[in-house]
Design a protein around this ligand. Structure first.
Ligand code: NAI
Length: 694
């Protein structure tokens, strides 16, 4: 017997244990081993029932995704599924940890499933851009009904053991997988339970067969969020086969869809993003084994937009927060916004009805910086000026307990200079969250030259703990995300001088897959912010200035780059803005010309990519993948395009370089190609090949 699968006989019960660390992924050896054991157990007249379970920390978590560019399934997979499903002896899958993808599909061909209470069961393939190919799309709807199956297959979200029990996916919750599975198998024998596989059981889908709207409504709710993605729509169709077609026909068609999606560009990009996110957790230049400091209580300074959102993220993870404001009234306003946000989520069914009160109870709103005393981590989210930051950090030095991590949420400012106003620069770093902070998953962790390794690891660990995606970045103006974004934003503004309209630029970028164009974003954040800052710096931007001079600050004034009906946030293109642009251009002696969608994308995205190349070259980001993760989770870059650096690699860096040179000649030096871009093209390499010098 192959040593990754072991067989033990306990009188009439055979326990088959998969032991293939770290996560019991389905390899050819695992499939072959199970098949051999199952065949032996079926052939042995002494054996009356079979238990399938796993050693280590989890049940089977699916295929080995590092092998997905090779043939799609491990050898023996189909034969294994068929032999389990047709076994004349009862088979019980006994689950602990995660039963995901192929792991759950394997459990679904068993006659019975039991699980420990911490177990999670799911078919997350859609998140990697393809479909479950082992019959999961056909069997899961038969196990739990089409509505939950759609959530799990089209949405890709796993469910816990309690939900699995309530919906018939498992029979029992057990204390230990092997012993619990065996006890359950004995019960099956004693009760002489009939062996009916899911393929022959249409009871849960009968209602949807009669009234298809049960199915289509749940699909519509989920695919609404899947703009541009192929896999969720294919997944929805595959669940539809379960309802509309005989089992074997549905199985065949679902398999065909899956086989087509695995090698698709979208799936490749999604798998790339999956690995990039994991890779980003590896922090360069930190001694092996460095652990973060314990964080039991957090203090947040500033109860404004960001302070509130960050406080919510900690409370969501059950971590108590002291939220420190400048005055009772502002603090109260901040607390009220948080409460309303949670209540709205609860009303939509996103969190339990009692969650808002429980989470509010974790937040202690107070006035006065001297209250930071018992916090292990302090996050500052006050006004964005160096003078204010320095004053605040000077006081933190006085009041924060020794060893507390002192983090700033600054968007642009120099962390090291901020650290100068303390006597503990080793404890100072940036934790830059993105707005809205309770929604966006990115936390850029800005490492100063004096930040201690264990301080850095504390920020990385606590970010993950509050379900954020940490990316460690170096010190520069705007760090990775904003520094790149601003290059694109600048070009979007300049396109108006050539004749593009705001709605045209926004439409091209949202069609590309961005969640929002820069002009809709400007209206949301307030166009007056940039205007005031330009005035401060003595900088002009004639069209944007004219817009603000006309009082068009954005949503808050009902007019901006768009107009808004009272009480609505829907941007409506406004002929007055087109006129305002025309007048400004006439005044400047410029003529409008037609600007194509392709030109918009190139002029906005290529400078973003180029800035990314500079960021890599300067070592501000450790890897191209880190930059992509920043864009995926900070700005909602479409995951099916991997991230800006991956996107550039797919276009071909030679093409990007040629276009940059062309734009440099036509528009100016803001399109000057980064040295690294030139170098990689000369060497025939991609961003993905780039490694920081040791
Ligand atoms: P905000 O103006 O909404 O909130 C700032 C809050 O800080 C106000 O409530 C103010 O009363 C308070 N405050 C000022 N001085 C203080 C002091 N000495 N002690 C305690 N509280 C004080 O500003 P917002 O947008 O929340 O920005 C805060 C920080 O977060 C800034 O550094 C900003 O650059 C950064 N940031 C902002 C993002 C955004 O999209 N708004 C995104 C990422 C970072």
């Amino acid at each position: 017997m192959d040593n990754v699968v072991k067989l033990e006989c306990h009188d009439v019960i055979v326990v088959i244990t998969i032991d293939s660390p770290p996560v019991n992924a389905l390899s050819s050896a695992v499939c072959g081993g199970i098949l051999q054991c199952v065949k032996a157990a079926i052939a042995d007249p002494q054996v009356k029932a079979i238990v399938l379970t796993c050693a280590g920390r989890t049940f089977i978590v699916g295929g080995d995704i590092t092998e997905f560019d090779k043939p799609p399934k491990p050898a023996g997979w189909d034969e294994l599924l068929a032999s389990l499903e047709s076994s004349p002896k009862p088979i019980v899958a006994a689950i602990h940890g995660n039963a995901l993808g192929g792991g759950l599909e394997l459990a679904l061909v068993c006659h019975f499933r039991v699980a420990t209470k911490d177990a999670k069961l799911g078919l997350p393939e859609v998140k990697l851009g393809f479909l479950p190919g082992g019959g999961g799309t056909q069997r899961l709807p038969r196990a739990v009904g089409p509505e939950l199956a759609v959530k799990m297959i089209v949405g890709g979200d796993p469910i816990g053991a309690a939900d699995a029990l309530a919906n018939g996916l498992i029979e029992e919750i057990v204390d230990s997988p092997a012993a619990g599975g065996e006890a359950f198998a004995r019960k099956v024998l004693a009760q002489k339970r009939p062996l009916r596989g899911l393929r022959d059981d249409d009871s849960k889908i009968a209602a949807a067969k009669a009234d298809r709207s049960i199915f289509t409504n749940s699909v519509a709710a989920l695919t609404k969020k899947a703009r541009g993605l192929e896999a969720p729509f294919a997944a929805a169709e595959a669940v539809g086969y379960a309802i509309d077609l005989p089992f074997d026909e549905g199985l065949k068609k679902a398999r065909e869809r899956s086989v087509k999606l695995v090698p698709s560009d979208q799936s490749k990009a999604q798998r790339y993003a999956f690995f990039a996110e994991r890779e980003a957790n590896k922090v360069a230049g930190v001694p092996e084994g460095t652990k973060g400091r314990p964080v039991n209580r957090v203090a947040i300074l500033g109860a404004g937009t960001m302070g509130g959102g960050v406080a919510m993220s900690f409370a969501n993870a059950g971590i108590p927060v002291t939220l420190i404001g400048t005055g009772e009234e502002r603090l109260k306003r901040g607390m009220n916004i948080m409460q309303r946000n949670w209540e709205a989520t609860a009303a939509r069914g996103g969190i339990p009805a009692d969650a808002p009160a429980k989470r509010m109870a974790l937040i202690n709103g107070v006035v006065g910086i001297e209250n930071v005393g018992n916090a292990d981590l302090v996050i500052e989210a006050v006004f964005e000026t160096m003078a204010v930051k320095k004053e605040v950090f000077g006081k933190l030095d006085q009041f924060a307990k020794p060893g507390a991590l002192l983090a700033s949420n600054t968007s642009y400012l120099n962390i090291d200079e901020i650290a100068n106003s303390t006597k503990r620069p080793q404890d100072v770093l940036g934790m830059h969250f993105f707005s809205p902070a309770h929604v966006m998953k990115l936390c850029e962790i800005v490492r100063g030259p004096r930040t201690a390794p264990d301080a850095l690891m504390t920020a990385v660990e606590i970010s993950s703990q509050i379900a954020k995606v940490p990316v460690v970045v170096g010190l520069c103006d705007g760090f990775v995300g904003n520094r790149m974004y601003d290059q694109g934003g600048k070009q979007a503004g300049k396109l108006l001088f050539d004749g593009a309209l705001p709605q045209q630029v926004d439409a091209a970028l949202t069609k590309f897959g961005m969640p929002m164009g820069p002009f809709v974003m400007g209206d949301l954040a307030g166009n007056d912010i940039g205007w005031l800052s330009r005035k401060d710096r003595g900088v002009k931007s004639e069209i944007a200035d004219a817009l603000c001079e006309a009082g068009r600050f954005g949503q808050k004034t009902g007019k901006g780059w768009y107009r808004y009906e009272a009480g609505s946030r829907t941007p409506i293109p406004d002929p007055e803005v087109a006129m305002l642009i025309d007048h400004t251009l006439t005044r400047l002696g410029r003529k409008r010309r037609a600007v194509s969608e392709e030109e918009i994308i190139e002029r906005v995205m290529y400078p973003i990519i180029n800035e990314g190349a500079r960021i890599l070259e300067e070592g501000i980001a450790a890897r191209a993948g880190d930059i992509d993760v920043v864009w995926l989770y900070g700005f909602g870059w479409p995951i099916y395009r991997g991230g800006p650096m991956y996107y550039a690699d797919q276009i071909g860096l030679d093409k990007v370089l040629a276009k940059m040179r062309e734009l440099q000649a036509a528009v100016g030096d803001e399109f000057k190609p980064a040295a690294l871009l030139e170098k990689l093209v000369a060497e025939g390499k991609k961003f993905a090949d780039f490694e920081q010098p040791a």
